[in-house]
Design a binder for this molecule. Structure first.
Ligand SMILES: [Zn+2]
Ligand SMILES: [Zn+2]
Length: 103
């Protein structure tokens, strides 16, 4: 009876421990690293067309090649959300393709 209780208590303890560290790992916290990759100021369409990405966790635009934020590991947004800027972004991308094709 006593042994069973101990095992149950131990299982609960392990579960709490795993949950605690799991939350720590998943939680996205700004570490201040993003400041080093801060992108120059452009309008939203121009930013994304220039390869800048938005981290919603750090609330910052950064110049970064990866899809994950180097600072908080949150997934970066690489395309504009706003329709107006999205059209602007696509027209810029098309323009870039035309230039590349012309070369
Ligand atoms: Zn950050
Ligand atoms: Zn971030």
């Amino acid at each position: 009876m006593m042994v069973n209780f101990d095992i149950q208590f131990f299982n609960l303890f392990v579960l709490v421990l795993i949950t605690f560290f799991g939350v720590l790992l998943i939680a996205s916290i700004c570490n201040g690293i993003c400041i080093q990759h801060k992108a120059q100021r452009l309008d939203e369409g121009g930013r994304y067309a220039n390869g800048q990405k938005r981290c919603q966790c750090c609330e910052i635009y950064i110049k970064w090649d990866g899809i994950w934020c180097p600072c908080c590991n949150y997934r970066l947004r690489s395309k504009p959300r706003n329709k107006k800027y999205r059209e602007k972004y696509q027209s810029r991308i098309k323009k870039q393709e035309v230039i590349i094709n012309a070369l």
